[in-house]
Write a protein that binds this ligand. Structure first.
Ligand code: SF4
Length: 289
């Protein structure tokens, strides 16, 4: 496999073959994100992609994740060619996953997303980060709350599983409460299949690192992040969703099947908040992006 630069994938794709079909992120301007800094965005040629697939075609591969940042930005015809080739070459293939941003999704109609599903696209990862319009503007998310909700709903309507990422702490101390409440509400409207909550970790050199340096943004304390988690979950109403805060950046790893385990999870979080014992939290040295 020929990879260009660092490769990122969702934690749940740890066992998947990572197939790099684009290099970098076509947007690349979110203030907190350093994932694809220095990478010039391009879509790999079908020949390059086919070579990589051919190289692994004799292995039994059940899952493939299409990297990099927003591979759904590939025009429909290209995605159909890639998925068809994967389907033809990898006999045991069960699921293909992909990152997408709201605008990539909204560029496709439900029928187009359904066509990708029929060719094996099983899960789509969308970064919401926050449901608070002010936070989205400040972090330069390049999508409004309305666009993000419409994008999430469109994915759900197509039958492709929807996994949404949110970031604890991204509203700073001042915006903490409203970030948590609004994110819970927006998640409820999207009603995704999976939610992954991360905690903001500052990467030097990013615009958000400057905000921290100058004091424009103040990071919430670990227990304030857990309070955000509590508020967010309390504001989430899901039909059927697996909510996880077990990413390495979080202080309190949880795996919650909603709605069944919501109240139990809230009780556990409230107990941690009541005791305020740092030993109950993941130690700082074990936290990572
Ligand atoms: S859209 Fe995603 S990958 Fe691109 S800059 Fe924003 S967070 Fe990073």
């Amino acid at each position: 496999m020929k990879y260009e630069g660092m490769i990122f994938r969702p934690p749940s794709e740890a066992d998947s073959l990572i197939l790099q079909v684009t290099v970098g992120c076509s947007y690349n301007r979110c203030t907190f994100c350093a994932a694809y800094q220095g990478k010039r965005f391009r879509i790999k040629s079908l020949e390059e992609i086919k070579e990589d697939v051919d190289e692994v075609s004799s292995y039994k591969i059940r899952r493939v994740f299409l990297a990099d940042g927003d591979a759904l930005s590939i025009p429909q015809k290209g995605l159909i060619q890639i998925l068809s080739y994967l389907h033809a070459k990898l006999k045991g293939l069960e699921r293909v996953g992909i990152y997408a941003n709201a605008k990539d999704i909204l560029r496709k109609d439900v029928e187009e997303l359904k066509a990708l599903k029929d060719l094996g696209l099983g899960i789509l990862y969308l970064g919401l980060e926050s449901g608070d319009p002010e936070v989205l503007k400040r972090i330069k998310k390049n999508a409004t709350v309305d666009q993000l909700i419409r994008a999430g709903k469109r994915v759900k309507e197509s039958g492709v599983a929807l996994s949404v990422t949110v970031i604890l702490g991204i509203g700073g101390v001042e915006g903490s409460q409203s970030h948590a409440v609004e994110t819970g509400k927006v998640l409820s409207e999207m009603d995704p299949d999976y939610v992954g909550a991360l905690s903001l970790m500052i990467v030097p050199g990013t615009p958000i690192a400057k905000e921290i340096e100058t004091g424009t943004l103040v990071l919430p304390t670990p227990f304030a992040l857990i309070q955000e988690l509590e508020t967010m979950i309390a504001n989430c109403q899901f039909t059927h969703c697996f909510f996880a805060s077990n990413h390495a950046s979080n202080y309190l790893p949880l795996r919650i099947q909603m709605p069944e385990e919501k109240e139990e999870a809230l009780m556990r979080i409230r107990e941690v908040l009541r005791r305020k014992d740092p030993d109950l939290l993941r130690p700082e040295y074990l936290r990572a992006l």
